[in-house]
Design a protein around this ligand. Structure first.
Ligand code: SAM
Length: 270
């Protein structure tokens, strides 16, 4: 029997009704599905019943051997491609896959935020439907004015519709994690890319990286005012002028400003 390894964030989803709910909520087109961390293959098995083509990335070589045996037919007939490697290594070396895809996965929680951010930046990725720690899912799906509205919410909201689908209790996993989980669905807007498949909001990767640094500064101390946080990187007098021009109240905290206004402010600061 294969034992779960803590260092790879292994909590295997065993609840049939939750697996069924994930499949029900998946996008219903013929695009490729990418799964990160197939584990013992319970979700993979269901995905293969519903999808034409699945690529799965698994870091644990012991699990990879098990998956290769379990899905030998699907691997042979090319319905399943199993990549036995660290998905982050793969993703930094080249595109995750060379066609449009949906990401459907029960993510390893220790790198979940990082993986969602990579998928948001990957213009080939159309939908991100992932099980993660509930608290993190809530941050991605938060709306302006909510206490947990953050840079992650703005990055998600700028290019996708964010939905918190349902909670999943620790008892649904083996071994049970210490936290409650939730399924988050981010459906990217159809028109967020131009005709070359590039994100229309940012002219290049450098501009996106600058926007992320700007958000980091804006939310550095969430209880302080936005202007105070931003004055660490921009002269205050300039900020006062831009706040006035954009009709942003001077006493606003970072979570109170909408994504649209964050983009407008960023454009001015550039
Ligand atoms: N999908 C399975 C399920 O639902 O039962 C397993 C989910 S478990 C929470 C996370 C899985 O991600 C494990 O199989 C783990 O080995 C794998 N994993 C962890 N880090 C990874 C990485 N960097 N690249 C690829 N797979 C990884």
């Amino acid at each position: 029997m294969i034992k779960a390894k803590k260092k790879f964030g292994q909590n295997f989803l065993k609840d049939e009704s939750i697996l069924h709910k994930i499949i029900q909520a998946m996008p219903k087109d013929k695009r490729k599905i990418c799964e990160i961390g197939p584990g013992l293959g319970d979700l993979t098995k269901k995905l293969l019943l519903h999808c034409e083509s699945v690529t799965a990335f698994e870091i644990d070589l012991e699990l990879c051997g098990y998956l290769q045996e379990t899905f030998s037919d699907e691997i042979k007939n090319k319905q399943l491609e199993l990549v036995c490697d660290d998905v982050l290594e793969q993703w930094s070396a080249h595109a995750l896959v060379d066609q449009e895809y949906h990401l459907v996965a029960n993510l390893p929680y220790y790198i979940a935020t990082n993986l969602i951010l990579k998928a948001l930046d990957d213009n080939k990725c159309q939908t991100i439907m992932v099980m993660i720690q509930k608290e993190v899912a809530e941050k991605f799906a938060a709306k302006t004015g909510q206490k947990n509205f953050s840079g992650l919410s703005i990055l998600a909201e700028s290019i996708s519709k964010a939905e918190l689908l349902f909670d999943v209790g620790p008892e649904c996993f083996d071994p049970p994690p210490k936290v409650t989980s939730a399924v988050l669905k981010l459906t990217k807007f159809k028109n967020y890319c131009d005709e070359h498949g590039e994100n229309k909001l940012f002219e290049d990767q450098e501009a996106l990286a600058k926007f992320k640094s700007f958000l980091k500064a804006a939310f550095a101390a969430p209880r302080k005012t936005l202007i105070k946080n931003l004055s660490q990187i921009v002269p205050k007098a300039l900020l006062v002028q831009y706040f006035e021009e954009l009709e942003i109240p001077i006493n606003f905290r970072p979570h109170q400003l909408s994504s649209d206004k964050y983009h407008l402010l960023f454009k001015k600061l550039k």
